[in-house]
Design a protein around this ligand. Structure first.
Ligand SMILES: [Zn+2]
Length: 277
C-alpha cells in the first residue's frame, strides 16, 4: 500500500448513487465518496468507495493542477511522474514488439527470397541435368559417327596428301582448306578448258594460215595481172580500146554483176595512165 497522501482532502461519508460509468438503469447504484479540496473548498470528484484507496491521490493531484486557489496559496504540484515511465515502458515494449514484428516480416521476406532462389536453383539444376544427359547422348552419337568414319581415315589422308594439304588425320585440315583447294582445282580445270579452246583455235589458226597462203598467192597473182595490165596500158591503142570498153558512159553492154569489176579496171587504167605521165 502506498503511503496515504492528500489527507487534507476531505472524504465525505459513503453514499449511494447511480453508477457514473456504464449504468445499465436507475437501479444500477454504487457507493461513492465525495472529495473536497482544502484550498477552494469544492467537492471536485466522486470516487467509488471500492476504488477510493487507489484513485484518491491521482484525482487530488489532477484537481490541484487546475485549482487556482491552490496555485494562489503557493501549492506546486509536479505533473504525475509515475505514469510517464509506465507509458514509456509500454511504448518501448510496443516499439520493440513492433520492431520484432518488422524483423519477423523481414525474415519472412528473406525466407521467401531464399525459397524462391532455392526453387530457381533446383530448376536450373534440373536444366543442367537435362543438358548433361543431352550432351551424353550427343557424345554417344559422335562416337558412333567416329566409328563409321574411322575406315575413311586412310582415304582422307590420301586426299589430303594429293591436295598438298599439310594436315594429317587427326587433326584433319579445316573444311575451309578443302573447300578452297577444291575451288582452286575447279578454277584450274576451267583455265585448262579455256586453254583447250585456245588450242582448238590454234588448230583453226593453222587452217587460217593455209587460207592466208591461198590469199597471199591470189594477191601475188593479182599483182602480176596488175603489172601486166599497167604494161599494156602504156600502149595507146590498148588504152583507147579498153577505155572505150570500160568507161562508165560506154559500158551498158556489161551486165550489172560486171559493173564493179569494170569500175576497178577503169580505176586501174586511170592509175596506170597517171603513172605514165
Ligand atoms: Zn481546490
Amino acid at each position: 500500500m502506498p503511503p496515504k497522501k492528500y489527507t487534507a482532502f476531505h472524504e465525505s461519508a459513503p453514499y449511494d448513487r447511480i453508477a457514473k460509468h456504464r449504468a445499465s438503469d436507475a437501479s444500477d447504484v454504487r457507493r461513492y465518496v465525495g472529495i473536497t479540496c482544502p484550498h477552494c473548498d469544492t467537492l471536485f470528484v466522486e470516487i467509488p468507495l471500492d476504488s477510493l484507496s487507489t484513485n484518491k491521490a491521482s484525482e487530488c493531484k489532477k484537481h490541484l493542477l487546475q485549482c487556482t486557489a491552490a496555485a494562489e496559496q503557493g501549492v506546486h504540484v509536479e505533473p504525475a511522474k509515475r505514469k510517464r515511465p509506465v507509458e514509456a515502458t509500454v511504448a518501448s515494449t510496443d516499439l520493440s514488439s513492433l520492431q520484432l514484428r518488422e524483423r519477423l516480416v523481414e525474415k519472412d521476406g528473406e525466407l521467401a527470397a531464399k525459397s524462391a532462389e532455392n526453387s530457381r536453383l533446383i530448376t536450373s539444376n534440373d536444366g543442367l541435368r537435362g543438358r548433361v544427359s543431352t550432351l551424353e547422348t550427343q557424345m554417344a552419337q559422335l562416337c558412333a559417327e567416329m566409328d563409321q568414319l574411322r575406315p575413311l581415315v586412310p582415304l582422307v589422308q590420301r586426299i589430303t596428301g594429293e591436295l598438298g594439304l599439310r594436315a594429317s588425320v587427326p587433326p584433319a585440315a579445316s573444311i575451309d582448306a578443302y573447300v578452297e583447294k577444291i575451288a582452286g582445282l575447279k578454277k584450274a580445270a576451267s583455265v585448262a578448258s579455256v586453254a583447250s579452246v585456245a588450242h582448238t583455235k590454234l588448230k583453226s589458226r593453222a587452217d587460217l594460215a593455209a587460207e592466208n597462203d591461198r590469199l597471199r598467192s591470189e594477191r601475188d597473182e593479182h599483182a602480176v595481172f596488175k603489172r601486166a595490165f599497167h604494161e599494156l596500158a602504156r600502149d595507146p591503142i590498148f588504152f583507147k580500146h579498153i577505155s572505150l570498153s570500160l568507161h562508165p558512159d560506154k559500158r551498158s553492154r556489161i551486165p550489172p554483176e560486171g559493173q564493179t569489176a569494170a569500175d576497178v579496171l577503169f580505176a586501174q587504167l586511170q592509175d596506170a595512165r597517171k603513172r605514165m605521165v
